[in-house]
Design a protein around this ligand. Sequence first.
Ligand SMILES: [Zn+2]
Length: 278
Amino acid sequence: MILPDSHAHLPGVAEDLGGAALEGLLADYAAAWAVPGFCRPWLVDIGTQAGDFPARLALSGPRPFLGYSLGIWPGLPALEDVPGSLAALEADLASARAREAYPGELVVAIGECGLDYHHMDGSPASQAALFEGQLDLAAREGLPTIIHTRDAFEATLGLIKGRGGRQALLIHCFGYGPKEAEAFLAEGCLVSFAGNLSYKKAEALRAALALVPRGRLLLETDSPYMNPEPRRGRPCSPRDIERTYALAASLLGLSPEALEAELSQTLGAFLFPQRLGQ
Ligand SMILES: [Zn+2]
C-alpha cells in the first residue's frame, strides 16, 4: 500500500535495495497519485549535503507526487566551512528554482538541518551557525524547514524559539519524550515519527505521539534507515511506512484510512501553506 511519507532518502533506498526497487516504488506512487487531491507531493526526498540535488533529481526525476528538500545535515565536511556551505546551498536552491515551471514544482522545503550532539561532528557553535543559516534561508524563501535533532533538545529549542509563528517547522524522526514534544508543539512545530515508534523500548515515543494534536502529526520512514518492526536493522523503503501507519492508527484509536486522510492533509498544508490561505 502506498502512503504519504514525509521523509525518505531515495538515493540511499536505491543503493541499499537496488535501482529496480526504486523504479518500482516510484511507479506505484505514480499510480496511487492518479486520483488528484490538493496534497502533492506524497513523498519527500530529503537532502543532506550542498550539491546533492542534481544527482537526486537525475535519479528520481521530476514527479508530480514527489517533492525535494535541500539542506545540509550537521556533519563533515559542511561544519568545517559554515559560510561556504551555506553559500553553496543558496546557489543550489537558486539553480533548482530556475528549473521549476512554478514555485514548489521541485523544491518544497529546506532540510534536513539541525543539531546532532550524538555524532558531534563539529562544535555546538558551528552546528548552531549551520542550522540558523538554514532557518534564515527558509524564512527568506518562504519554505518550510525539516529539522534533525538528536541528543540536543535544549539547544534545538533555543534556536527555533519564536520562529514557529512565522515559518513552518517540522521535527523529523522525533526521538525524545512527551515533555520535549510538548515544548516543540508550543513553538508551533509539527512532529514526525519514524519506524522507531515500533521499537520495543520506545515507550516515550509512543507516549509523545498521543500528545500531538490533529494537524500537527506526520509519519515518515527516514528510509533506508529506521525500518519498523519486525524488520528493524534492515534497509527499508517508503513502502515500509505501512506498518508505522498501522501502529500509529491503533495507538490513536483511528482507522489506518482515517489517519492517512488526516496526514495527507497535514503534509499538504505543511509544504504548501499558501494554497490553503494560511
Ligand atoms: Zn533523514
